[in-house]
Write a protein that binds this ligand. Structure first.
Ligand SMILES: [Zn+2]
Length: 85
């Protein structure tokens, strides 16, 4: 794996810090260094883009409410119907 040093930070360090970076947990200095690295390093930028997308998809997925269990839905439906009669 190619490990280049750009903007004072190596690819490996960028990839290691990417999770914290996306979570907004890094201090300003490190964040700016990573951003400077991503501008110059297309490989990290590409990986970071895919990673960010995956994280976003995952978060969207996790944010969705779980479908109600079938039995509960049936019971609710029955109660609603009985109530209507
Ligand atoms: Zn890089």
């Amino acid at each position: 794996m190619l490990d280049r040093e750009i903007a004072g930070i190596r690819c490996r360090e960028v990839l290691d810090a990417l999770e914290s970076y996306l979570a907004g947990e890094l201090d300003r200095t490190l964040r700016e260094r990573i951003e400077a690295h991503l501008v110059e390093c297309d490989r990290c930028a590409r990986f970071g883009g895919i990673y960010a997308e995956t994280c976003r998809d995952l978060r969207t997925l996790l944010a969705k409410p779980e479908p109600a269990p079938h039995a509960l839905l049936e019971r609710l439906k029955r109660r609603t119907t009985e109530g209507a009669i």
